[in-house]
Design a binder for this molecule. Structure first.
Ligand SMILES: [Zn+2]
Length: 346
C-alpha cells in the first residue's frame, strides 16, 4: 500500500511571530525546560487554559527549534513505511498582529520547494497565503506555476472569511482551472488570529465554505480535522438533540457530515488529522461514520504532524492504531485511493 499522509507540517520557529502566542511568554521561548515546568504547575493549579497554551508553546519549541524544515521532515519520514508520501502544508502567521517572522513566506515556500526536490515524489508541497496581506495572490501563482506546487492551504481562523474577495477573484479561479486541491483548517481549536473567538469560529464553520464550493466546482476542498476535537467531544459526551436543527447546525462534525453525505457538494473532502490522533474514544465513531458511501469516498488520511507531538502516543503508534481499527480495506480507501483522487492523480 502506498500511503499518502494528506496533512503534515514542517514549518519552523523562523515562521512563527516573535510575540506568539503572547508577548508575556517571550522570555520562556528561550528556555524550553522552564515552559514544561510551568505547564505542569498550571495543570496542578487547574489552569487548563494556561497549561494548554504553555504545552502548545513547548510543543512548538521541541520541533520548531530545529533549524530547517528538512530536519523536521526527517523525523516524520521515520514514523512511516518506505514509500509513504506527505502533503506538506506551510503556515503564514505574519498577519496576526504578533510581530514579524524571521523568514518571509517566499523563503518558506522556496525551502519547501527545495525539500520536494530532495525527496522526489514523497514531498507534495502546498502553498499558503493570508489574503489580507499584499502580494498574496501573486505568491500563490508563483508557487503553482513556477515551483510546481500541488495545492493551497488556508487558515481562516487567522481572521479572514473563506470567500475573501482576493481569494474569490484572484486565487481560486487559477486553482479551479487546474482542478487543484485545497486544505482549510476547520475546527474550533488551533491558532486564532487578532479576532474574537466567535468570529474565528464563524470563519472556520464548514458552511462558510459553501459559496466557494458552489462557485468553483473543480476545486477539491479538504475541510481538515473532520469538525475538530471540541465538536467530536460535544457530540459524544454531551450528546446532541437530533430534533433540534440549530444544535445540529452549530456542530462542525454533524454539519460537515451532512454536507458531504447530501451529495450537494461533490468537491468537498475532509481529513482525520489531529482529531483522530487526539482521543482513542473517537475511533469507533469514525469506523461507523465511514459506513456512508459518500463520506467513505471523501475522507482522507492525515495526521497533522508535528502538532501531534504534544499527545502521549507517537505518530507511528496512532497511525497503526487507526489502520488496525479501521481494517485494511477501509484504511487503504482513506490512505491510498482517496488521496490519489483528491490530488487529481486518479
Ligand atoms: Zn494542521
Amino acid at each position: 500500500m502506498r500511503i499518502t499522509n494528506c496533512h503534515t507540517h514542517t514549518f519552523t520557529d523562523a515562521h512563527i511571530p516573535a510575540r506568539y502566542p503572547h508577548w508575556g511568554l517571550m522570555p520562556f521561548k528561550r528556555a524550553p525546560g522552564l515552559v514544561k515546568g510551568l505547564a505542569f504547575a498550571a495543570r496542578l493549579l487547574g489552569q487548563e487554559g494556561a497549561a494548554a497554551s504553555l504545552r502548545r508553546l513547548h510543543r512548538f519549541q521541541q520541533e520548531a527549534r530545529l533549524p530547517a524544515q528538512a530536519d523536521i521532515f526527517a523525523q516524520l519520514v521515520a514514523q512511516y513505511p518506505r514509500g509513504t508520501r506527505f502533503v506538506v502544508l506551510p503556515m503564514q502567521m505574519a498577519g496576526m498582529g504578533q510581530g514579524a517572522c524571521r523568514a518571509s513566506l517566499a523563503q518558506q515556500h522556496d525551502e519547501l520547494a527545495e525539500m520536494a526536490r530532495a525527496w522526489p515524489g514523497l514531498v507534495i508541497p502546498f502553498a499558503t497565503c493570508d489574503p489580507r496581506l499584499p502580494g498574496a495572490a501573486e505568491e500563490v501563482r508563483r508557487c503553482i506555476e513556477e515551483l510546481g506546487f500541488r495545492g493551497l492551504k488556508l487558515y481562516p481562523r487567522l481572521g479572514f472569511a473563506p470567500d475573501h474577495p482576493v481569494l474569490m477573484r484572484e486565487v481560486y479561479p487559477r486553482l479551479n482551472d487546474r482542478g487543484l486541491a485545497l486544505v482549510s483548517h476547520c475546527s474550533r481549536g488551533g491558532v486564532t488570529g487578532n479576532v474574537t473567538r466567535a468570529d474565528a469560529d464563524a470563519f472556520s464553520h464548514p458552511m462558510a465554505f459553501a459559496p466557494v464550493l458552489r462557485a468553483f466546482p473543480r476545486l477539491q476542498v479538504n475541510l481538515a480535522h473532520m469538525g475538530g476535537q471540541c465538536d467530536w467531544e460535544a457530540y459524544i459526551t454531551e450528546g446532541l438533540n437530533p430534533y433540534d436543527p440549530h444544535a445540529r447546525a452549530r456542530n462542525f462534525l454533524v454539519t460537515l457530515r451532512e454536507m458531504i453525505e447530501s451529495g450537494d457538494f461533490p468537491n468537498l473532502w475532509t481529513d482525520v488529522s489531529y482529531t483522530l490522533f487526539q482521543s482513542e474514544a473517537f475511533l469507533p465513531f469514525l469506523r461507523l461514520f465511514l459506513d456512508h458511501p459518500r463520506l467513505r469516498a471523501r475522507t482522507l488520511f492525515g495526521s497533522d504532524f508535528y502538532m501531534t507531538r504534544q499527545e502521549e502516543l507517537s505518530e507511528r503508534a496512532v497511525a497503526v492504531r487507526l489502520r488496525a481499527g479501521l481494517g485494511e480495506a477501509l484504511f487503504r480507501q482513506i490512505a491510498e485511493t482517496n488521496p490519489e483522487a483528491w490530488l487529481g492523480e486518479g
